[in-house]
Design a protein around this ligand. Structure first.
Ligand code: NAD
Ligand code: IPM
Ligand code: MN
Length: 357
């Protein structure tokens, strides 16, 4: 198979983890006789530095033409005081919107080998931790208008709008129910319907969509309780479907389930264009440039790309198994380190994965 991948390494640890994930992709291509060509394009802070924009037009064009997109992370203290319209994060939001990537799949699963690195109690871990967060990605309060800061009645006033129309809710609900059909057939829709009007519509539409999936059981939970249940008893969840902001927060929390945020991969899918694959974590400025970051979430994002974008099930599984074997054999980065294991840097742990492909 021949495919072309647009690569946006971005900022902070972005180039370190993406560089390593591409080595794994290369090794998989060699093993299975595929040809993956890559094209590096700018996004985020580095794009601001080089072009003045966090999302240059050339980047959007390259991503629209590509068969898949791989991203590291964007942002960092250097750009925290820049004008809000051109913040690095705007680049990421912009590319998600430009590619129509409304569905963000964030699978929070604990490799059993990492049960000792997981902060949750053993009896909770032993029940099995495997939650798929389906996050709406191109709507909600992230994009709602009006938004801004202005002087009202002599006071600086900040405002954002949480808005969803029924079509936006319907299409993400379908994604969640379809995902559940391939899993344990349970969807929990997370909202704040006891307070927010937009959540009341969300719940209504999700219930309507559920009628098309009689085999899937649907429950609803308020987001505050969901945040608590996710660490109190994560085994009660199969698929969680939720809005953009709630999904952002809950998926970082769900990363506790995986042992570290450095383990949680994601796929952002839409309809028209190729999907975008990225770890859920950020640019980790505190460890950037130190060859310390955990590249496994990005490597697992490459595995998700092979599966979701190219239907290469065997290849995807091969990468996942190589990650598992690496952990089984006791190799760890700092974020998942435990006593008696071997501490590796970013490059070394990738070497171990490649050896086990
Ligand atoms: P972060 O995810 O970058 O870091 C949070 C903590 O997790 C830090 O202690 C970091 O060292 C650690 N961490 C993250 N990834 C790791 C990895 N692969 N291996 C080991 N440790 C890891 O979140 P933050 O500190 O809140 O944000 C930093 C910057 O990243 C901000 O500018 C933010 O806007 C941006 N950000 C970008 C994305 C993205 O590009 N998708 C996501 C989240 C945050
Ligand atoms: C994520 C990040 C982004 C988000 C930011 C950097 C725009 O936190 O991908 O989870 O909020 O979606
Ligand atoms: Mn986030």
């Amino acid at each position: 198979m021949k495919k072309h991948i647009a690569v946006m390494a971005g900022d902070g640890i972005g180039p370190e983890i993406v560089g390593q994930a591409l080595r794994v992709l290369d090794a998989a291509a060699r093993k299975f006789n595929h040809e993956f060509s890559t094209e590096h394009v700018l996004i985020g802070g580095i794009a601001i530095d080089e072009t003045g924009s966090p999302l240059p037009e050339a980047t959007v064009e390259a991503c629209r033409k590509a068969d898949a997109v791989l991203l590291g992370a964007v942002g960092g203290p250097k750009w925290d005081t820049i004008a809000p319209e051109i913040r690095p994060e705007k680049g990421l939001l912009g590319i998600r919107k430009a590619l129509g990537l409304f569905a963000n799949l964030r699978p929070a699963r604990l490799f059993p080998e990492l049960s000792g690195a997981c902060l949750l109690r053993k009896d909770i871990v032993d029940k099995g931790l495997d939650v798929m967060v389906v996050r709406e990605l191109t709507g909600g309060i992230y994009f709602g208008k009006p938004a801004g800061v202005e002087v009202r009645g002599g006071k600086r006033t900040g405002f954002n709008t949480m808005i969803y129309d029924e079509d936006e809710i319907r299409r993400i609900a379908h994604i969640a129910f379809k995902a559940a059909m391939k899993r344990r057939k349970k969807v929990c829709s997370v909202d704040k319907a006891n307070v927010l009007d937009v959540s009341r519509l969300w719940r209504e539409v999700v219930i309507e969509v559920s009628k098309e999936y009689p085999e899937v059981s649907l429950s609803h939970m308020y987001v505050d309780n969901a945040a608590m249940q996710l660490v109190r008893d994560p085994s009660q969840f199969d698929v969680i479907v939720t809005s953009n902001l709630f999904g952002d927060i809950l998926s970082d929390e769900a990363a506790v389930i995986t042992g570290s945020i450095g383990m949680l991969a994601s796929a952002s899918l839409g309809s028209e264009y190729a999907g975008l694959y990225e770890p859920i974590h950020g640019s980790a400025p505190d460890i950037a440039g130190q060859n310390k970051a955990n590249p496994l979430a990005t490597i697992l994002s490459v595995s998700m790309m092979l599966l979701h974008e190219f239907d290469l099930e065997k290849e995807a599984l091969c990468i996942e198994n190589a990650v598992r074997k690496t952990l089984q054999d006791g190799f760890r980065t700092g974020d998942i380190m435990e006593e008696g294991k071997t501490l590796c840097n970013t490059i070394e742990i990738t070497d171990k994965v490649i050896e086990r492909l």
